[in-house]
Design a protein around this ligand. Structure first.
Ligand SMILES: [Ca+2]
Length: 210
C-alpha cells in the first residue's frame, strides 16, 4: 500500500514537472554593440542634420552613446546613429525593446512647433513590407514639465540628468502587432536627439525577439 502511494506521488510529480515550461535559452538581441562596452560606435552609423552651422558630437567614450548639439540661433537639427537589422519577424510573437535613456539638456521648452516634434532623446524602429512601404515605431523623451504638442510621437517625460529605463514588448499592442504583420521586415533602428541645443544618450539598447 505504501509502495503504491509512492508510485502515485511519483506520477503526480512527473506530471507537474513536465507540465512546466523548460527554462528558455537566453535570447540574443538583434542589435550589435547596444551596450557600447568597448567605448566605440562600432556597427552604428552617425547621423547629423542641420540647416545652420552648429557644434555637435556623438561618441561612446564613456560606455554609452552620447549625443550633443549646440546652436546659437533658434534652429532645429538632429544628431544620432542608426543600425541596419534586416530581420524577418514573420511568425514571431514578442519583440521586446529595452534601453536606458538620459537627457542632460533640452533648450526648447516643449517638443516644438516644427510640425513633427523635436526631442532630446528618441528611438525610431523602421519596418517594411516586400514593396518597401514603411511603418515606423517611435518612442520619444522630453524633460519633465515640458508641454507635449505632438502626443502621437509616443512621448514620455523624464527628469533631467537621471538614467531612465524603458522596456516595452511592441507585440503587446494589437495596433503595432497588426502594423508589424503587414510590414514584417525589421529594417533599422535609429537613436537620436533633435531640437535646438540638446544633449542626451542611451545605453543597453536591446531588441529581443521570440
Ligand atoms: Ca554601456
Amino acid at each position: 500500500m505504501k509502495k503504491f502511494s509512492v508510485f502515485l506521488l511519483s506520477i503526480l510529480l512527473i506530471t507537474l514537472i513536465s507540465g512546466c515550461n523548460p527554462p528558455q535559452p537566453p535570447q540574443e538581441s538583434l542589435i550589435l554593440n547596444g551596450g557600447f562596452d568597448n567605448n566605440t560606435l562600432d556597427y552604428w552609423t552617425q547621423l547629423h542634420g542641420t540647416n545652420v552651422s552648429d557644434e555637435w558630437d556623438i561618441n561612446a567614450n564613456n560606455g554609452y552613446i552620447h549625443w550633443y548639439r549646440s546652436v546659437t540661433s533658434g534652429s532645429g537639427g538632429s544628431v544620432g546613429a542608426y543600425q541596419d537589422i534586416n530581420y524577418d519577424l514573420t511568425g514571431k510573437t514578442e519583440l521586446l525593446l529595452s534601453f536606458d535613456v538620459i537627457i542632460y539638456n533640452q533648450q526648447l521648452g516643449s517638443d516644438g512647433w516644427a510640425g513633427v516634434g523635436e526631442y532630446p532623446a528618441g528611438v525610431n524602429i523602421f519596418f517594411e513590407d516586400e514593396s518597401g512601404n514603411q511603418y515606423v515605431y517611435e518612442k520619444c523623451f522630453l524633460k519633465e514639465g515640458s508641454p507635449i504638442n505632438y502626443p502621437e510621437n509616443n512621448v514620455s517625460l523624464i527628469p533631467l540628468d537621471t538614467w531612465y529605463q524603458f522596456e516595452f514588448d511592441l507585440m503587446s499592442d494589437p495596433d503595432i502587432t497588426s502594423q508589424i504583420a503587414s510590414h514584417p521586415i525589421l529594417k533599422q533602428i535609429k537613436v537620436f536627439g533633435s531640437g535646438w541645443s540638446f544633449e542626451g544618450g542611451m545605453d543597453n539598447i536591446k531588441l529581443l525577439v521570440r
